[in-house]
Design a protein around this ligand. Structure first.
Ligand SMILES: NC(=O)c1ccc[n+]([C@@H]2O[C@H](COP(=O)([O-])OP(=O)(O)OC[C@H]3O[C@@H](n4cnc5c(N)ncnc54)[C@H](OP(=O)(O)O)[C@@H]3O)[C@@H](O)[C@H]2O)c1
Length: 345
């Protein structure tokens, strides 16, 4: 069995990791860390887990966690993982970090949107964990920068298309909507029930921190700089993310070419489902699962292709993709622990 520890286990992505890993056939969960709940059973923090795990949360100690785990997930707010991950890597552990700390190739980009980076020597070692795109590199990695939720929903449909130069890269607009769990479990005015319920709003228009992450990967895959307009929205639901992406096709490219490109890129990838033309992705169809559903519709009148993608922000957008990356890193079945069927309603 693979011994796995989770740092920051009581946050939303940490708890989702516990849920997924308790059902993983090859994993034994050994350590769950938390500051606020040290000494408290995990099933007292999340009563839904009664009878599933009897682990007790503990304070973080690099020595303890390295003694008892082979693989570690860090599910902490950004800026904290870069303080703890170097010790874990030095001790020969494999690490999947869910924050932004190890997502960027270029530290200057990270520093202009976040804060000074304290573990720059690890940046070159880290692999961006977009599982379907970078599986070869993930298979040889010890440190994964797990992608953000919005970037996952936007990059999965766009990467194959920019690689094949099918899109006019000057005109890409991504209009995305997220459920409130995207903001994490800590209390804040913006995620307060009364602020979210009966409300639907755009926020951080054109300035969200996921914009440089999306642009870095699109530019890398296109071999030329790509800038996009990205507008995130908050919707009053707990989990789920839908991105509607507007693109112009290059001359002589038809919508059929786009479908063929995506069908062939994802032909053997079980978690990306390209929907038939008459079916638009729906967050309900991917809730609690590691699927990314992608739909395509040509707006012939305006010669514009409209792409819609749906993921669960906590699964394919975070913890599910993190488990998928662990599976790929360890050379076990990519789908292990992730094949629970979706709810039908
Ligand atoms: N939510 C999503 O949909 C999503 C998607 C993709 C990526 N992510 C990323 O995943 C990471 C975790 O996100 P989350 O949504 O799970 O966050 P969260 O619900 O706020 O959980 C954060 C966890 O970190 C722990 N923690 C330790 N030191 C902390 C500190 N100084 N300040 C605050 N928390 C501290 C908290 O528990 P204690 O306070 O008990 O220690 C808690 O377990 C973030 O980097 C986030 O950007 C989130």
């Amino acid at each position: 069995m693979i011994r796995v520890g989770i740092v920051g286990a009581t946050g939303y992505t940490g708890a989702e990791l516990v849920r997924l890993l308790c059902a993983h056939p090859d994993v034994e969960l050994t350590v769950l860390t938390s500051r606020q709940y040290a000494g408290v059973r995990f099933d007292q923090v999340y009563p839904a887990m009664a009878g599933i795990t009897d682990l007790i949360c503990q304070a973080f100690s690099a020595d303890d966690i390295c003694d008892t785990s082979d693989v570690l997930f860090t599910a902490l707010p950004h800026s904290l993982p870069m303080e703890v991950v170097p010790d874990l890597i030095r001790n020969g552990k494999k690490v999947v970090d869910l924050s932004a700390d190890f997502r960027f190739n270029n530290p200057a980009t990270y520093e202009s949107f976040y804060q000074p980076h304290l573990a720059k020597d690890l940046i070159n070692e880290a692999v961006y964990g977009l599982s379907e795109v970078y599986s070869d590199a993930i298979g040889n990695a010890s440190l994964i920068g797990n992608p953000g939720c919005y970037p996952t929903s936007i990059l999965l449909p766009l990467v194959p298309l920019v690689k094949e130069n099918l899109l006019d890269h000057h005109f890409i607009i991504a209009d995305s909507k997220s459920g409130a769990s995207g903001a994490g479990r800590s209390l804040s005015m913006t995620s307060h029930f009364c602020e979210v319920n009966e409300s639907f709003k755009a926020y951080k228009i054109g300035t969200h921190r996921h914009t440089p992450e999306i642009e870095e990967i699109l530019s890398r895959e296109a071999g030329k700089p790509i800038c996009i307009s990205f507008v995130p929205h908050l919707v009053p639901m707990t989990r789920g993310m839908l991105s509607t992406i507007y693109v112009h096709l290059n001359t002589h490219v038809h919508s059929g070419d786009v479908r063929q490109c995506l069908d062939s890129f994802y032909a053997n990838r079980p978690f990306v489902r390209i929907r038939p033309e008459n079916q638009s992705p729906d967050t309900l169809h991917v809730r609690g699962t590691n699927y990314c559903d992608i739909g395509l519709k040509m707006d012939e009148r305006n010669n514009r292709l409209i792409i819609v993608s749906a993921i669960d922000n906590l699964v394919k957008g975070a913890s599910g993709q993190a488990v998928q990356n662990m599976n790929i890193m360890l050379g076990i079945e990519e789908t292990a622990g992730l094949l629970n069927p979706p709810f039908t309603i």
